[in-house]
Design a protein around this ligand. Structure first.
Ligand SMILES: CC(C)(COP(=O)(O)OP(=O)(O)OC[C@H]1O[C@@H](n2cnc3c(N)ncnc32)[C@H](O)[C@@H]1OP(=O)(O)O)[C@@H](O)C(=O)NCCC(=O)NCCS
Length: 162
């Protein structure tokens, strides 16, 4: 049987990018690994239970994030709710690649995923990136591909896994 179809998408950052429009009750916060890593990992684990991505157990995920040559804590974009729970994350590498994007189920379809990406666009553009890329499974069950297309991402490559 053919494996999953994966698309590599790219969006230009050359022109000015939209300001993030945070849903009411949501606050962007700076990532502090000692404070947030465990909860970020929990959010990713829960977000990918229906598919769309995979995250290693914390004991593997945490050091492989920290020790990656493209890791920068300033490129881990977080959003918290009124109870200061982490409900959204976009983790980017310094190569302007979105490694993970996840929003807690209760906060989906309110614009939080788009706001996190717009924040990432702004910061990466300020650092001089001319585009941002990511990979997505074509049949992502939460509709991530549609969101990416609506934010201006275009397909640059596709391949099958496995
Ligand atoms: C993919 C994911 C991050 C999107 O997060 P999100 O916060 O729901 O994203 P947004 O709310 O910005 O956009 C989702 C949709 O809601 C719509 N929307 C935004 N605000 C809305 C509102 N106030 N009312 C109704 N719909 C709204 C958007 O237009 C978008 O519509 P579309 O599906 O037609 O494009 C989230 O579904 C998720 O965590 N999925 C599991 C993990 C995953 O697969 N991540 C991607 C890996 S590549």
């Amino acid at each position: 049987m053919a494996g999953r179809l994966v698309l590599r998408l790219r969006r230009s950052l050359v022109a000015p990018v939209p300001e993030p429009d945070w849903p009411r009750g949501i606050r962007p916060v700076a990532f502090v690994p000692e404070l947030h890593a465990q909860n970020v990992h929990g959010l990713l684990r829960r977000a990918y239970t229906q598919g769309g991505g995979y995250v290693e157990p914390f004991a593997i995920w945490s050091p492989s994030l920290r020790d990656d040559s493209e890791y920068d804590p300033a490129l881990v974009f977080l959003a918290t709710d009124e109870r200061d729970e982490i409900v959204g994350v976009a983790q980017c590498w310094t190569s302007a690649f979105v490694k993970d994007l996840a929003v807690a189920p209760a906060w989906r379809r309110k614009g939080l995923g788009a706001a996190l990406l717009h924040e990432a666009f702004r910061v990466l553009r300020e650092r001089g990136a001319s585009s941002i890329t990511l990979k997505v499974e074509a049949d992502n069950p939460s509709g991530a591909l549609r969101l990416y297309r609506s934010l201006g991402f275009e397909e640059v490559e596709s391949y099958r896994l496995g």
